[in-house]
Design a protein around this ligand. Structure first.
Ligand SMILES: *Cc1c(COP(=O)(O)O)cnc(C)c1O
Length: 216
């Protein structure tokens, strides 16, 4: 894998309005630095401890995203620096993020993870649950979190039609919710195997790991 070549390739290939998050989970600091030196500034991890370790070791102008499921009791470790939390799936978690952001005098941006895949194992909530959170009095009283959009993971399948349908379902609901939620601006969908289909269906942020850094 030539990491800097890959970063340059995606910078050329991706449409201008699609943000690349380089998913560096399980990969060493040196790999992240190579991507950084090729100009990449946005990185994503799925484990909080690993993200904290990398944050401490790497240049401070990196924007860190957490893309995996977040345990409430670990929010405090990333609250001082995390830029975007991709997988918020409950009001309880949002409340804790708000509390820890307040403790750090920060505003933390969040995406609600919607379950669009048919697989049982994937995390996420329904559109109805997302609306419930967005319309709740509790959320309206939180001043240290901002819900800036949605995230979704499609079914892991060769069936491109199915993947496309799942992404377009999310895009449709994103556009609908955006009408009432002015902060909505990010639709995070697409990984190494399906980012082209995601972009064709309106993704504004792709999360690429193995296609940049190699298989895990
Ligand atoms: C690991 C991971 C990715 C990147 O997956 P690749 O297939 O390696 O591109 C994207 N999103 C989430 C939530 C992940 O956990």
């Amino acid at each position: 894998m030539n990491i800097s070549e890959n970063i340059k390739k995606y910078k050329n290939e991706l449409p201008e309005d699609v943000t690349l998050v380089a998913i560096s989970k399980t990969k060493p600091i040196e790999f992240v630095l190579e991507a950084y030196n090729a100009g990449q500034r946005i990185f994503g991890e799925n484990k909080i401890q690993e993200m904290v370790d990398k944050y401490e070791a790497l240049p401070k102008d990196i924007e860190w995203h957490i893309v995996g499921h977040v345990q409430t009791n670990k929010v405090k470790y990333m609250a001082p620096f995390v830029k975007l939390i991709h997988a918020v799936d409950s009001l309880k978690l949002l409340k804790e993020i708000n509390k820890q952001a307040k403790n750090n005098n920060r505003l933390i941006e969040c995406l609600l993870q919607i379950k669009i895949a048919e697989e049982e194992t994937k995390f996420g909530i329904t559109i109805e649950e997302a609306e419930h959170i967005l319309n709740s009095e509790e959320f309206k009283r939180m001043h240290h979190v901002k819900i800036v959009g949605l995230m979704g993971m499609a079914t892991f399948t060769e069936n491109e039609n199915q993947v496309s349908n799942e992404f377009s379902f999310l895009k449709k609901h994103f556009d609908f919710l955006k009408q009432k939620n002015q902060d909505f601006q990010i639709l995070s969908m697409g990984m190494s195997g399906d980012y082209k289909i995601a972009i064709a269906n309106g993704s504004s942020m792709v999360r690429l790991g193995s296609s940049i850094f190699g298989e895990r």
